[in-house]
Design a protein around this ligand. Sequence first.
Ligand code: HEC
Length: 206
Amino acid sequence: MTRPALLYAAAAVLALSLGTPRAPRAELSADDYGSGGDLRPAPDRPQAQAAIDAARRRAAEQEAARERARQAEEANRLAQEAEREARRPPGERLIARYCAPCHGPERIAAARHTRLGWSFTVARMRYFNQAEIPAAAAHTIAAHLALAQPAGLAWTLAEYGLAAALVLAPVGWMWLGRARRLAASRGGDKGALTTHDCQTEISPNE
Ligand code: HEC
């Protein structure tokens, strides 16, 4: 085909395709795109929109009410917890604060000591185990534990017996030392006498 003939042919195809009542690119009609013709009439639309808005507002209000109820419940729970905490003896609160970093509650609950033993135990935690416990708290904790977890009779005797032995040991040591010195000075009297004799011997020559 010659070039003009090709152009005519192309123009004819174009004209045909545009001219046909059902163009190939419009297989769906305008109706097919729409919602089937049940569109609201324009005058009703603001009312429908208002109903939708109202429903949305109601849902938001219900959600806000639920959230407020949840917050109130949470506040109530916290208040009850704070009250329970305030009713706990101060010793228990201090134990939870200062001992819990290293111990589960069972370890302390299992121990029984006298007042002295608890003071000693808490002091050991402070000085040997590097527990950071203020002195006043240590005192309150030891007093509380001595009441809450006292030692039985045998253990009381053992702890006070040990304490008495520790206190008495230096006294006994001192007493022994004095007795020894006394004995030594008695034994040394002879020496003193000889010196005295010498002096008495010397003195007449003076
Ligand atoms: C920094 C860590 C630490 C903290 C805090 C601590 N302890 Fe201990 N505790 C230890 C270690 C370590 C041992 C085991 C060695 C020992 O007995 O000293 C121990 C052992 C004990 C024992 C068992 C030995 C016994 O004498 O019956 C008791 C009871 C105890 N601790 C009580 C306490 C109490 C009460 C507190 C709080 C006032 C406390 N501890 C705080 C580290 C800690």
